[in-house]
Design a protein around this ligand. Sequence first.
Ligand SMILES: [Zn+2]
Length: 167
Amino acid sequence: MAQNVDIVSRQTWGAAAPRKKTTLKGTARRVIIHHTALPSCTGLTECKARVASIQRGHMNDRDFDDIGYNFLVGVDGTVFEGRGWGVAGAHAKGHNSDSLGIAFMGNFNNDTPNQDAISSVKRLLQGGVSQGFLHPGFVLLGHRDLGETECPGEKLYAALAQLRSTT
Ligand SMILES: [Zn+2]
């Protein structure tokens, strides 16, 4: 039985307070995988700074109420709380009210996602199911399945089968 993955809290990475918070309608039934299309990061110090800078960009430049994603993951598999469980994100226009958005930090058009990051996200999803935040029959999609975008990048898109498998 896999242990729940550790999640770096908003407080730990120094998140700004959200302007507004909208609760998801019931248990999330879809998980939408993104990449940030920004440089990747490794280690707590570098990734904390990166997550904080993504939040600033989303709130100041894109006028989101908070960082867009529910969770983010670094190259080494460290998971960061974005909006967190049970909160509607701003990551896939028209699809935010019943889904969770998870972003791999980096650009995966050419880079291959690290196994540690894949395995952390699997454990995060398993934890979400066991804690009742995520429907056991949830559907996992890449952002590009829902709109005109290359997100989450060719190589990460190709790895989504690994996230869907239960082993
Ligand atoms: Zn995306």
